[in-house]
Ligand binder design. Structure first.
Ligand code: MET
Ligand SMILES: [Zn+2]
Length: 771
């Protein structure tokens, strides 16, 4: 029988219960016992729900208060030295995730424990806590063994689950060497960690587990053959040590490719692959299985919110069933449902006000149901679920033919794009001369990245406006005052290129989404981002286009208050795409081009309104890249940026901004973006990127951040001057801008004022030195 299975259920709760209780705990308003009770209740509900939807293999051990990679590290006793004096428990886990800072008191010295590093989980917007390994790293299970405890917890409720464990190779290779250790080859820790895995698996087997899911997502990356060989040895050893367990190796977010070669002789009972991202890999994967191994088909998109086209999914599944039989096939989501919202049950506004669109959606609960229908159809024939399949087909067809997803004017405009629309009129060196002549700036111009502090007052006013407690006129009056304040402060600070401060924006993507056609917003489509933080990505469901100008009023008002240039501030097409749930019925590149045309119109309108400096932010430019280097292709992403920014005269200065990603390996793409000024986060990358810029001959203007905006510390003139001096090793004087790393919205005004006073002093000091 084909089994309907799941790889992981969202842990945030249908009403973000986990976030609420964890934050109450941090605020001292909930006890450890209270958060444990809340978690027990939520896990029980999640298991019951998955069972009710008809899944036969339900995951356990997928819950986390903060991050599952952190939980795994703690379970294996991988705890950075600086946290080891703390007692085992939630408090210590949260401390590792968030750091601890306490001022000195009369009896206690000050405490300042840096949080463990956080990184994006593959190409998702989920962040994991990077394990830190030491030279003498020892591994052992503690008193509490989370995976075992949760398996037993479900068992006590009468639910037999499939425990989920992070696999040893992914665990080690996604980690890093602790600061106090050097030259550690992470994979050399394998012999030390495997006995602990064996112990854990023996305990799970003893408790009654049969299938276990071992997540090895690094199998979707480029791996050296030596590493693939280690997979084979590792799993041969682990499976031999736990003969009663059936191992399912789970990969996702990309194709397994040649890495699949180890599977056949590894002793594992099955493999899960992502067939939403890479349906084409089915045949080669089937060909690489032994005659008994199970294939878990990732057919339901775990990263999106749309109903699955069940007829299409069935076609793929039938190929697998035909090749290896129903006993050896599982159906599953493409990846853990961690990356999808929980349930449509609370999406009340969409259900009542936008029934058409609501009918196209499936969150995690509904996706479980889809898996059940697929399994039924495969086991008992399509007739057994005829009504369900017909309803799905109707819904898919309704979406395909909806008058609301297609806009012929937008399609025609896309068709009519010509290469000249992707080119500035002159090349950069000529533009630079024109720009410097038309609007001279001092040497080492100073600017900021766009946002200024989002104060309590601003958030309160926005909340009141949303609830209808104040009207639009009053809210806009309030925003105008904020803009005026922000401009006045920047004048006082003597910055050279000013910004309006983005007070009117809650979020740099949602702000534009709310003003464009083709977008919709859910009420409850939350997904985990990091720690207790959840995000609710906007939904792009139809052809995107701009109806009215989106930023002109605020920017022109801000410009009217000063004789300094005011920089217009827009979010770029690639970032709008990456940080939304995107329709899956047309290629992402097409959606991105539509976004680009909308931004292009705004850029042109800003220019018409007299704005000379225009910044188009692309912090997410790199995020859409496939996981494997051979697949790297930023062609359409860069084209979209060009399309959005090249509709202007040579005199207009196009800025872009990027942050918090590795940019070295996309250097050529950055150059092709052809921006006049690039402000780029630099504090974390230690000038490495600047080396790349000079060796590859980047000739445009550039402002590598001189201070880290994530820290409340005020950077001194000296330290920023040293950074700027170091930059001058790579960047010619006339091309260097002085600015922070990123926007200042999370900071307070006092630190911002002090930091920027010092920043301006750095530029003045540089100007005083001769060329
Ligand atoms: C994550 S990049 C943020 C850029 C935006 N203009 C800001 O200053 O907030
Ligand atoms: Zn940024």
């Amino acid at each position: 029988m084909v089994q309907a299975t799941n790889l992981g259920f969202p842990r945030i709760g249908a009403q973000r219960e986990t976030k609420k209780i964890v934050e109450a705990f941090w605020a001292g308003k909930a006890t450890e016992q209270a958060i444990d009770e809340a978690a027990i209740k939520l896990r029980a509900e999640n298991w019951a729900l998955q069972k009710a939807q008809g899944l036969s293999q339900i995951p356990s051990g997928d819950f986390s208060f903060y991050d599952h990679v952190l939980d795994h590290s703690v379970m294996f006793n991988v705890i950075p030295q600086r946290f080891r004096h703390l007692a085992d428990g939630h408090k210590r886990n949260f401390a590792i995730g968030r750091g601890i800072q306490k001022p000195a008191t009369e009896t206690q010295p000050k405490v300042d424990l840096e949080a463990q590093e956080m990184k994006k989980w593959f190409d998702t917007n989920y962040h994991y806590i990077v394990p830190e390994f030491e030279n003498n790293q020892s591994f052992h299970l503690g008193q509490k063994i989370k995976t075992l405890d949760e398996f037993n917890e479900a068992k006590a409720l009468g639910i037999h689950t499939r425990p989920v464990v992070l696999g040893p190779l992914t665990f080690l290779l996604l980690g890093k060497t602790a600061k106090n250790s050097h030259g550690l080859d992470l994979i050399s820790l394998l012999p030390k960690v495997l006995p602990v895995y064996e112990e854990l698996f023996a305990k799970l087997a003893h408790a009654g587990a049969d299938w276990i899911q071992v997540d090895e997502p690094i199998l979707a990356l480029d791996l050296a053959p030596q590493v693939v060989a280690r997979f084979q040895e590792t799993y041969a050893r682990l499976t031999a040590a736990a003969p009663s367990l059936k191992f399912l190796i789970a990969t996702y977010f990309g194709r397994i490719g040649d890495n699949v070669s180890f599977i056949k002789n590894s002793g594992v009972a099955g493999l899960h692959v992502d067939l939403v991202r890479n349906p084409e890999q089915l045949e080669s994967v089937l060909a690489n299985l032994s005659s008994t191994q199970v294939l878990s088909l990732g057919l339901v998109d775990g990263r999106n919110i749309w109903k699955t086209n069940l007829a299409n999914a069935l076609k793929i599944a039938e190929v697998a069933v035909k090749a290896i039989g129903t006993e050896r096939v599982f159906v599953a989501p493409s990846c853990s449902l961690l990356h999808a919202p929980v349930t449509l049950r609370f999406e009340k506004r969409l259900a009542s006000k936008n029934a058409e669109l609501f009918d196209w959606l499936a969150y995690s609960e509904e996706k479980c149901k889809e898996l059940h229908i697929l399994a039924q159809a495969l086991n008992n024939g399509v007739e057994s679920v005829q009504a369900e399949l017909a309803d799905n087909a109707r819904s898919i067809e309704a979406r395909r033919t909806s008058a609301h997803t297609t806009n012929s004017a937008v399609r025609e405009r896309l068709e009519a794009i010509v290469p000249d629309q992707l080119r500035r009129r002159s090349v950069f060196p000529e533009r630079q001369q024109t720009q410097h002549k038309a609007l001279p700036l001092p040497e080492f111009p100073t600017t900021t990245i766009g946002s200024f502090p989002q104060t309590k007052e601003i958030r309160l006013a926005r909340a009141k406006f949303t609830k209808g407690e104040i009207d639009a006129a009053a809210y806009h009056e309030f925003i105008k005052k904020e803009i005026a304040y922000c401009v006045e402060e920047q004048e006082k600070l003597k910055l050279d290129v000013l910004v309006h401060g983005e007070a009117e924006r809650n979020d740099m993507v949602a702000y534009f989404g709310e003003r464009l056609e083709g977008y919709i917003f859910s009420e409850n489509g939350w997904i985990a981002s990091y720690g207790s933080r959840c995000v609710r990505p906007p939904i792009i469901f139809g052809d995107v286009h701009r109806v009215n100008p989106m930023t002109i009023t605020e920017t022109v008002y801000a410009q009217s208050l000063t004789s300094k240039p005011m920089k217009g501030m827009l979010t770029g097409p690639v970032t709008c795409l990456q940080w939304s749930f995107v329709r899956d019925d047309i290629p992402r590149s097409v959606v991105c081009t539509q976004l680009a045309l909308a931004i292009r119109d705004e850029v042109v309108d800003l220019e018409k309104a007299g704005i000379v400096h225009i910044q188009v932010d692309e912090p997410a430019i790199r995020e859409g890249l496939p996981l494997r280097s051979v697949d790297f292709d930023l062609q359409w992403a860069v084209d979209a940026f060009l399309l959005s920014t090249t509709g202007v005269k040579d005199e207009t200065v196009i800025h872009t901004h990027m942050c918090y990603s590795d940019f070295q390996d996309i250097f050529q793409a950055i150059r092709r973006m052809d921006a006049d000024v690039l402000t780029i986060e630099n504090s974390k990358s230690d000038m490495r990127i600047l080396g790349a810029f000079s060796t590859h001959g980047y000739n445009a203007e550039i402002g590598p951040g001189v201070f880290d905006i994530h820290s409340p510390r005020v950077p001194s003139i000296q330290e920023m001057k040293e950074r700027a001096d170091a930059m001058l090793q790579y960047i010619p004087r006339r091309n260097l801008w002085i600015n922070p790393d990123c926007g200042l919205k999370t900071r307070g005004w006092k630190e911002v004022r002090e930091s920027l006073t010092n920043l301006v002093a750095v530029a003045e000091a540089l100007r005083a030195t001769s060329a």
